[in-house]
Design a protein around this ligand. Structure first.
Ligand SMILES: [Zn+2]
Ligand SMILES: [Zn+2]
Length: 352
């Protein structure tokens, strides 16, 4: 059992194999589920309920004990209205952004059970958030969005001030399934401190890896994932047969997620993970790269995890074939590209 590093609970984190075994049925309606309500997202809640109140039994399926997303969001909206966090007449569209706890591309509206949703919301008070987590069983956590929606969570570069959302209640730990032609991995994220990635972005990253693989630049190669975030690209490169992957990030929450994700995907990656130093006492933003963990297979080091500045990492890495630079869309990676172009002898620097 892996305890959740955020809330300490036993239910937030599951090994990747467990998640992947259940994911295709996880959000599908059961034969007994009531039909999809298809509520108008702009209509006032009262108009949708036709005089009824909403509670945890509204739209609940009596056989699988799950609800349609509309029912869950309607319940959340009712709590927000009670607290005055939304104006009378507000529709479901104004509640916030629902993130399912195991994200993967689904072509149908999800049915949600206990703890299946992390809600990202603007303008919500802490006591309202507590009440939502207490009363709406499907909501695992409520995260307050701070600033513009386009402003990514994390750090733009090691010189910038971090941008974080605020976890108001419950737990914000959730995962996304990364899918490539060579297999799938499960990537957990502390969602108030890590960039929210939608399937299109993730698909783009996997396409970049697929192309590298076709060019012969992945299997048997040394790959640097210089701004690795929670580790999606770097860990997938391990799965795709890289001989060694160096994962690095200057944002401590990202590194803490990478360590968790190595553990979660240990079986699929066929590695043993060794933590070299505790991360708890480290500063929030790294500078000189520090080796914090190592993953090995049959005595060979397959992955190294560094906490530090991507520019300084070039002084620590002996050589590599590919350097992946996955910076925020608003960042200018040209300085990193220049440094790593000098480092990568016969391979490539790729800006994602
Ligand atoms: Zn948790
Ligand atoms: Zn059902």
């Amino acid at each position: 059992m892996i305890m959740c590093p955020t809330c300490g609970g036993p239910d937030c984190i599951r090994p990747a194999e467990d998640v992947l075994d259940s994911i295709y049925q996880m959000y599908m309606a059961c034969p007994g589920c009531p039909p999809e309500p298809g509520w108008d997202k702009q209509a006032p809640l009262a108009a949708l309920l036709h005089g009824d109140t909403v509670d945890e039994n509204t739209l609940l399926c009596s056989s699988c004990r799950r609800r349609a997303l509309d029912g869950v969001m309607g319940h959340v909206l009712a709590v927000m209205l009670e607290h005055g966090d939304r104006e009378e007449g507000a529709g479901l569209a104004l509640v916030g952004t629902p993130l399912i706890s195991c994200g993967f591309p689904i072509m149908y509206p999800p049915r949600l059970g206990q703890g299946d949703l992390v809600l990202i919301a603007d303008n919500v008070h802490p006591d309202t958030a507590e009440d939502i987590v207490d009363r709406v069983p499907e909501v695992r956590g409520v995260v307050l969005r701070v600033g513009d929606q386009a402003h990514s969570v994390g750090i733009l570069d090691p010189d910038s001030r971090p941008h974080e959302y605020t976890l108001l209640a419950g737990c914000d730990m959730r995962c996304d399934v990364a899918m490539s032609a060579l297999g799938e991995l499960v990537i957990y994220k502390s969602q108030s401190r890590i960039h929210i990635e939608f399937p299109r972005e993730s698909g783009h990253k996997m396409n970049v890896l697929g192309k590298l693989d076709l060019e012969g630049l992945l299997a048997g190669r040394v790959v640097v994932d210089g701004m690795c975030g929670p580790g999606t690209l770097g860990l997938m490169a391990v799965l795709m047969g890289a001989s060694k992957v160096i994962l690095n990030d200057a944002w401590r929450p990202a590194i803490e997620n990478v360590l968790l994700n190595l553990e979660v995907n240990r079986g699929l990656l066929d590695v043993e993970v060794e933590r070299l130093i505790p991360t708890g006492d480290m500063p929030l933003i790294g500078d000189e790269p520090v080796l914090v963990a190592r993953a090995s297979r049959g005595g060979n080091t397959i992955a190294e995890v560094y906490f530090g500045d991507i520019r300084r990492l070039a002084g620590v890495v002996d050589d590599c074939d590919v350097c992946l630079i996955d910076s925020f869309p608003t960042a200018d990676p040209s300085e990193y590209v220049k440094i790593w172009n000098d480092k990568v002898s016969c391979g490539k620097v790729i800006v994602i």
